[in-house]
Write a protein that binds this ligand. Structure first.
Ligand code: 0A1
Ligand code: ZN
Length: 874
């Protein structure tokens, strides 16, 4: 930590409007890798509600060169300045403040502010990176118009971009040139962007519903120019979807996306100039998998949707982050559901929510979707704020329907366009537009933890009545965590259906969304001929853990018949989970393991069911992740879980070996690569089936994977085969890894895959492989994607990371310490892997604590890591 950087805690309750507003910003950049000069002119206006003559502009690691007010240079005694703060006293009610600072992009390894990536200049300002560029009121409620002048070398920076429209350019005659950009929309500084360097453009266009032509530009390094078409089409689809579904049009003449290799997150929605991690732009069938294609489309959509939910209406303060993120994730989820299959999309999302957000919500980083305090805001770009936030938005949608939700959105924009607002403002717009009251929803914004929903059913034969008794509560969380005191019941929309217990037919008149707003309530279904089977929490209509006593037979019945695809899948997962946990106990006790007969039978039925597509089949036969199984144990036993899950998979594969072999063969007989939805679904199923086959550990099944690896004409099949081989004892394993490396080591995104498949392997010796790979010439801590593909993937590989001797913890601890001084954000994501330590046995707890304490005692620890570690140790 720098001398002046303090570990100050920021509280939501401390919000005060600024003492000055900034109406206009004029920025001038004289680009230089070591010594970029930034001249800033801001027109400020005193906020009469907060009468003060003092303007405090924040900075971070800035070198101040000069400061003037209304054109008059200030003497040293007329202001106080440090690298992090510039204080101007006795300012008039309106004036122009000019500052000049020097910064060093090339040494900026934090990837926040102005930095260099692959020799190009690039900025990242959310949440608080703008202060690393110039002294400013770096807070989202200060919205201004911007004009930006960029001067740079013509040879190294032929392209110079910023937000809005290019209004002028000129040759400066000395090998340098200048471009001027103007953004007509007001924006907070976190949406500012500048990109300059040697980039090529893939162009397209879009005509809006009202007939305006928008130029679409995707800027990439020259060697990637052939990998942009999918991103372009994704953008066009997103623009059309937002018009069709929400009536929202784009509002500038140009929409630019720039792909960069070094980026801490997925992408950034800067006004008119998105900056993307190249992973979410570049695609060709030879280098990107079907999942990559899908993610690119989703991230492009997400950033595009921010133009309204985030940019036109932004957050008053950073505690409101879910206002834009929860809403925009919900919008991108709906978009993907409309492009692909709603059921499969919902299942994928919920599986991700359970694996990531549920775990976060039960550990030391548990926080409400609208946090109460932070030390580093960057630590709160969490799955709670994003993914759980999206589930809260989904509940309004479930209760109001699409039309009611749209009315709420329309009112939200009517009221708040061009403003910085709060989550309460959103909730109020939803309620007012629909003449309803959402006051109780406030609890979802202020309480942390995942509610549990207990459901019991009672059948009254003589009355023909089924009663579902529901009760909600929060599990206790260790420690004194924010948002966990005096928690009250939250409103839960619970979608329920009934199935005839004999035919499995849907009793459609009983389909309903029940609303549980109190701690408990009974819901009755009358007029039934015989006892039905209830399907509860369909489509995962509320983000809770469903606790419902159901027999294995009932679960198998739902897995076979439920008309709600989500619950059909979930019944299978619940069935498998119960059996796996029992097996894990047997493994821990050194007993022989039961054969998973019931699941195995259901498995075979799903595979031959013509009523569902291949993507659904793939999901239905995929076993719950080890980490998700761990969440269901009092004390997580990673070895027992791993043994049980491997045994389960092998046993199911063994029972259906011929069927699986034939299925793989028929799926593999598809013609050359095509990216239509059916082909994508078939590849998905093929590769899950392949993993089952290779689990049998026979030369014949290994050969199927090796053949797929060498014969693949696309990255999906090739990477899947490689990952499966990397996780096996196949004799072809090393040759396949070597071949893949030989072929792709020059392509960073594909090389990431090579690291990732090895980091996700759980074969014996996997941990020393990861340690060895961290010394590989292709590994570098300067590229976040590379770090995530090796160390990030390894840290969620439960049985390997939690190896009982603590060597996995040591490896992660080493790298957290190595990375934290250069890139705090990246290090704090990594260190979060220790957050679950209380959930393990005392031996592992002890070893994880050792690493946490070792990191905590680092004398120059960055505040991002400090905050995570201190919360864990509390
Ligand atoms: N707003 C972006 C995510 C983002 C957040 C922070 C960043 O740097 C610290 C970068 C990107 C989004 O939701 O896509
Ligand atoms: Zn976002």
């Amino acid at each position: 930590m720098s001398d002046t950087e303090t570990m100050q805690v920021v509280y939501r309750s401390d919000y005060r409007p600024p003492t000055f507003w900034i109406d206009h910003v004029e920025l001038e950049f004289d680009l230089d890798p070591h010594n970029a000069i930034v001249t800033t002119k801001i027109t400020v206006r005193r906020n009469t509600d907060q009468p003060s003559r003092t303007l405090e502009l924040v900075g971070e690691q800035l070198k101040l060169l000069s400061v003037s007010v209304d054109g008059v240079a200030l003497n040293d005694d007329e202001y106080t300045a440090s690298s992090d703060l510039l204080v101007l006293n006795d300012l008039p009610a309106r004036c122009e403040v000019q500052t000049k600072v020097a910064i060093s992009p090339v040494t900026n390894k934090a990837l926040s502010g102005l930095y260099q990536t692959s020799g190009n200049f690039c900025t990242q300002c959310e949440a608080v990176g703008f202060r690393r560029i110039t002294y400013f009121l770096d807070r989202p409620d200060v919205m201004a118009r911007y004009q930006v002048t960029i001067r740079g070398d013509k040879s190294t920076c032929p392209v110079m971009l910023s937000n809005g429209n290019r209004i002028a350019s000129q040759d400066l005659g000395d090998g340098r040139h200048e471009v001027v950009w103007e953004d007509p929309h007001v924006k907070p500084c976190y949406l500012f962007a500048l990109v300059a360097g040697n980039l090529k453009c893939h162009r397209g266009s879009f005509t809006t519903a009202s007939g305006r032509d928008v130029a679409l530009e995707i800027w990439v390094e020259p060697q990637n120019i052939d990998k942009c078409q999918h991103a372009l089409v994704s953008l066009q689809k997103s623009m059309k979807w937002d018009e069709d579904v929400f009536g929202l049009e784009y509002d500038l003449d140009v929409y630019m996306i720039v792909a960069v290799n070094d980026f801490n997150m997925g992408a950034m929605e800067n006004k008119g100039l998105n900056v993307f991690n190249s992973k979410y732009v570049l695609a060709s069938p030879e280098t990107a998998t079907d999942d990559d294609y899908l993610l690119i489309e989703a991230v492009i959509a997400h950033e595009y949707f921010h133009n309204w939910t985030g940019n036109r209406v932004t957050c008053r303060d950073w505690f409101q982050l879910t206002l834009k993120e929860g809403l925009t994730v919900f919008r991108d989820e709906q978009f993907t559901a409309d492009q692909t299959s709603a059921a499969v999309k919902r299942i994928d999302d919920v599986a991700g929510l359970r694996a990531g957000q549920f775990a976060e919500d039960s550990g030391p980083m548990a926080h409400p979707i609208r946090p109460e305090s932070y030390i580093s805001m960057d630590n709160f770009y969490t799955s709670t704020v994003y993914r759980k936030g999206a589930q809260i938005i989904r509940m309004y949608h479930t209760l109001l329907g699409q039309d009611g939700f749209r009315r709420g959105m329309d009112l939200y924009f009517r009221r708040h366009d061009g403003c910085a607002v709060t989550c309460d403002d959103f909730r109020q717009a939803m309620a007012d537009a629909n003449d309803t009251n959402f006051d109780l929803f406030d609890r979802w914004y202020s309480q942390a933890g995942t509610p549990e929903l207990f459901v019991t059913s009672a059948w009254d034969e003589s009355a023909g009545r089924l009663t579902l008794s529901m009760r909600q509560s929060y599990p206790d969380l260790a420690g004194d965590l924010p948002g966990t005191k005096d928690r009250k019941p939250v409103p839960l929309p619970i979608r329920v259906g009934l199935l005839d217990a004999e035919s499995g037919a849907e009793l459609s008149q009983y389909n309903d969304v029940l609303l549980l707003e109190t701690e408990s309530a009974d819901f009755q279904f009358e007029g039934l001929d015989r006892q039905p089977i209830a399907s509860v929490l369909r489509d995962f209509s509320a983000p809770v853990r469903l606790r419902m006593q159901r027999s294995d037979d009932e679960l198998a019945f739902l897995m076979a018949h439920d008309t709600d695809a989500f619950n059909r899948w979930d019944a299978g997962q619940t069935l498998a989970t119960g059996m796996l946990l029992k097996m894990a106990q047997q493994a821990a006790d050194g007993q022989p393991l039961d054969e998973p007969k019931l699941f195995s039978d259901a498995f075979a039925k799903i595979l031959t069911d013509d009523s569902v597509d291949e993507a659904f089949k793939a999901l239905a036969i995929t076993l719950p992740r080890e980490s998700v199984l761990g969440q269901e144990m009092d004390v997580i036993d990673p070895d027992a879980i791993h043994t049980a899950r491997e045994f389960f998979r092998r046993s199911v594969a063994g029972s259906h070996r011929d069927q699986l072999t034939a299925l793989h063969q028929s799926l593999a007989a598809d013609g050359p690569y095509s990216n239509d939805q059916q082909s994508i679904n078939r590849r998905r199923l093929k590769n899950v089936v392949l993993a089952y086959l290779v689990s049998l550990d026979t030369p014949e099944t290994d050969q199927i994977a090796a053949d797929q690896f060498s014969g693949a004409d696309n990255m999906t099949d090739q990477q899947a085969a490689l990952a499966i081989l990397a996780n096996s004892n196949a004799e072809q394993r090393i040759a396949a890894l070597d071949e893949f490396h030989r072929r792709y080591h020059g392509d960073p995104l594909v090389l990431d895959k090579w690291f990732a498949v090895q980091a996700s392997s759980s074969r014996a010796g996997a941990l020393s492989e990861v340690r060895r790979l961290s010394g590989h010439s292709g590994f570098t801590i300067d590229n976040p994607n590379r770090v995530r593909s090796l160390l990030g993937v390894f840290s969620v590989n439960q049985s390997v990371f939690h190896q009982a001797d603590g060597k996995g913890y040591e490896l992660l601890g080493d790298y957290v310490l190595l990375i934290q001084s250069g890139n705090p954000q990246l290090a704090s994501r990594l260190v979060s892997a220790f957050n679950s330590y209380r959930r393990f046995d005392t031996g592992r707890q002890e070893l994880m604590l050792r690493q946490l304490k070792r990191i905590a005692s680092e004398p120059n620890l960055c505040k991002d890591v400090h905050e995570i570690v201190q919360r864990a140790l509390k």
